[in-house]
Design a protein around this ligand. Structure first.
Ligand code: NI
Length: 174
């Protein structure tokens, strides 16, 4: 396993639409292993392949409350097959948008069809944090970020902050 560099907004790669995985082979398993290690190191509870620059429809997550008990989840080609009309609001952040958080409303429940780590087709009913997290990650696969749900003003403020941070970081590199 290897820790990969997480791309940060405004990196244009984050806006690419990811392609479906044709077969869950060793290369895809290696990608999932690297993504999981990168996510734990960050630390975060979800990561999409595009966030490490790989435009494939692969997501890893671990939303276990107990940090000592790891419960990794792997989603290849995840698709929302049903979503509830009821909404839930969570304060979301993103490893590609460091230190920025906002309340985002999404369907409270959804069903997700996907291939697991072994390429077996599965369908789960998700609600609460799991539902929010998987919807956030599927958005990544379509080049969508949580800030896209905010007003233009709020979004611009966040993007400007990140561009400024990037410039400051570059300035101290010698
Ligand atoms: Ni994210």
């Amino acid at each position: 396993m290897a820790i990969k560099k997480i791309l940060i907004l405004p990196d244009p790669i984050l806006r690419k639409k990811s392609s479906p995985v044709e077969i869950v082979n060793d290369e895809i398993k290696k990608l999932m292993d690297d993504m999981l290690e990168t996510m734990y190191k960050a630390p975060g509870i979800g990561l999409a392949a595009i966030q490490i620059g790989v435009p494939k429809r692969v997501v890893v997550m671990d939303i276990a409350k107990d940090q000592d008990k790891k419960e990794p989840m792997y989603f290849v080609n995840p698709e929302v097959t049903w979503k509830s009309n009821e909404k839930a609001t969570y304060e979301e952040g993103c490893l590609s948008i460091p230190n920025q958080f906002a309340n985002i409303e999404r369907p409270e429940k959804c069903n997700i069809k996907y291939l697991d780590y072994f390429g077996v087709e599965k369908e789960i009913k998700a609600e609460g944090l799991l539902a929010t997290c998987i919807q956030h990650e599927i958005d990544h696969l379509n080049g969508i970020l949580f800030i896209d749900y905010l007003s233009k003003l709020k979004k611009d403020i966040i993007v400007k902050k990140l561009i400024k941070n990037k410039k400051e970081l570059e300035r101290i590199v010698v």
